[in-house]
Design a protein around this ligand. Structure first.
Ligand code: F6P
Length: 329
């Protein structure tokens, strides 16, 4: 392996920069040249790249966002789009690509590698899971999740101060796309009154009204309801609380603030190790892999098999939440 490309694609996640640094520095250490592809797969289509040296990734480990920019490319999902990307790979003489992102990013990488093989060339791809949603089936952890949890917690703690003073109910919507990992972790960490997640069918009376009533009977004068975006709209939940409980909640949609900020220790360390493992896999001739965490260890899995994997949502955490929000009488 002489020359590899690295790109970030899909929604950004804190720690992507640390992963890019991990890739570039490991490549340098292995005597492999590294090219940064900018704006995800569209950069490969449009020949939008930058030569990366060891020093070009200095002082980015602590930065949120991604120095390579990111995008979601519809063109790359088409055969013709990938043909253009293949032309860039050949022009640059790439032997491999490290793609940092989510499931969609990895599916794109696999499609590219297969299409290039049809033309008699070889391009090995390796995926690094990075998304605040933690929703990648093959990996127990995805880069960015910890930082996003911490950001959401910091915001909700602040909301709680004012909710407590005014004896109000707060309804907070957190991201997560179709998954409730972010909402549940954050809900436990802030001591939420109720948490709504897509993995559990919402029964409004049982999951919201009853919980607020119980808390009120136990002496609470303010309530914190956390809603995963995949479980419903906080605005709608707020309206229903108003109608059915007779209180006047305040609604906050945390939104993209959850994707920003300096990555936590966990995200920097995980991203650095994943970047290292991705390049080592390529250097050792293991292509079409996804770097994943399984039970705390970093492993590389066959990309096709990994994309078919699902992970079980840990409902025990919901039981913990329920037990700890029960104040008693
Ligand atoms: O996948 C990351 C994520 O932030 C999701 O939590 C959210 O649903 C989505 O991306 C938002 O995407 P966009 O940046 O296109 O608004």
């Amino acid at each position: 392996v002489k020359r590899i490309g690295v790109l970030t694609s899909g929604g950004d996640a804190p720690g992507m920069n640390a992963a890019v640094r991990g890739v570039v520095r490991t490549a340098v250490n292995q005597g492999i040249e590294c090219v940064g592809i900018r704006r995800g797969w569209s950069g490969l289509i449009n020949s939008d790249f930058v030569q990366l040296s060891g020093s070009s990734v200095s002082h980015i480990i602590d930065k949120g966002g991604t120095m390579l920019y990111t995008a979601r490319s519809l063109e790359f999902m088409q055969h013709e789009g990938r043909e253009k990307a293949i032309a860039t790979c050949k022009l640059l003489g790439l032997d491999g690509i490290v793609a940092i992102g989510g499931d969609g990013t990895f599916r794109g990488a696999l499609a590219l590698s297969r299409q290039i093989a049809e033309s008699g060339h070889k391009l090995e791809v390796v995926g690094i899971p990075a998304t605040i949603d933690n929703d990648i089936g093959c990996s127990h952890y995805t880069i960015g999740f910890d930082t996003a949890c911490n950001t959401a917690i910091e915001c909700i703690d602040k909301l709680r101060d004012t909710m407590q003073s005014h004896e109000r109910c707060s309804v907070v919507e957190v991201m997560g796309r179709h998954a409730g990992y972010l909402a549940l972790y954050v809900g436990i960490a802030v001591g939420a009154t109720a948490v709504l997640i897509p993995e559990r069918t919402v029964d409004f009376e049982r999951d919201v009204v009853e919980k607020i009533r119980r808390a009120r009977l136990a002496g609470s004068t303010h309530y914190m309801v956390v809603v995963a975006e995949g479980a419903g709209s906080a605005i709608e939940i707020g309206k229903r609380i108003h109608e059915e409980v007779g209180i006047d909640p305040r609604v906050t949609v945390l939104g993209h603030i959850q994707r920003g900020g300096s990555p936590s220790a966990r995200d920097r360390e995980t991203a650095s190790r994943m970047g290292y493992e991705a390049v080592m896999a390529l250097a050792q001739g293991r292509g079409n892999r996804i770097i994943a965490t399984r039970d705390g260890r970093i492993v590389d899995l066959d990309m096709e098999e990994a994309l078919a994997m699902t992970k079980e949502f840990d409902m025990d955490r919901y039981d913990v939440l329920e037990a700890l929000t029960n104040i008693g009488n």
